[in-house]
Design a protein around this ligand. Sequence first.
Ligand SMILES: [Zn+2]
Length: 243
Amino acid sequence: MTFRGTNTYILGRGEVAVMDPGPDDPTHLQAILDATRGETITHILMSHDHHDHSALVPKLKEATGAPLLAFHAPTSALVPDVALQDGDRVEGDTWAVEVIHTPGHTDDHLCFATGDLCLTGDHVMGWATSAIIPPRGNLRAYMDSLDKMAARPWRRFLSAHGDPIEEPARRLEALKASRQAREASILSLLDSGGLTLDDLVAQLYRRLGPGLARAARLNVEAHVIALAEDGRLLREGDRVVRS
Ligand SMILES: [Zn+2]
């Protein structure tokens, strides 16, 4: 589910920040240390504490002495040295970022903006939509966080997986539209009677690779939770019905 792996970003020159160290992989650690040879890593920024972003944090801290700066949610496995909040500004001599709290993919998710460029982590990716896995993932929060990003003009997004996104506004719109379409499909499937979550998954994902079945089920569940909260459907035992 990480496409070509996790993108790790190095901000600034001389005294630098590393965002999203990545998985606990000695090759990845060495690549970060090689890329910053002759420089000092003074900050470790983290978009959220999923292991493909965060597992290398302890070893990078040990190797550099740099503090971890991240959002501290009650569900966070890693406790940051500096807890960041929405609107905070973090800077070094040659770099500065504004912290944007974007819950949805997870409750602790942060994007880091510098001018009209934004490091969007797993909130906005070009190659896939974000997995919303309850309970840390919340679909309504995710939609609100898409709107929050869409309220500003951006030139480019750099995400944690895959290529840069050169048309951020269009990507944000497409992500929102695909979720709205998914909601509409769920509601229309329920028009002719109640279905179990597994029925819904089978109808919505007709050709699903075996490795993705669990993620698909959790994504559908995230939609069902959101629609139930909106009062548009009800859960009766293991069945989902229109309200
Ligand atoms: Zn993630």
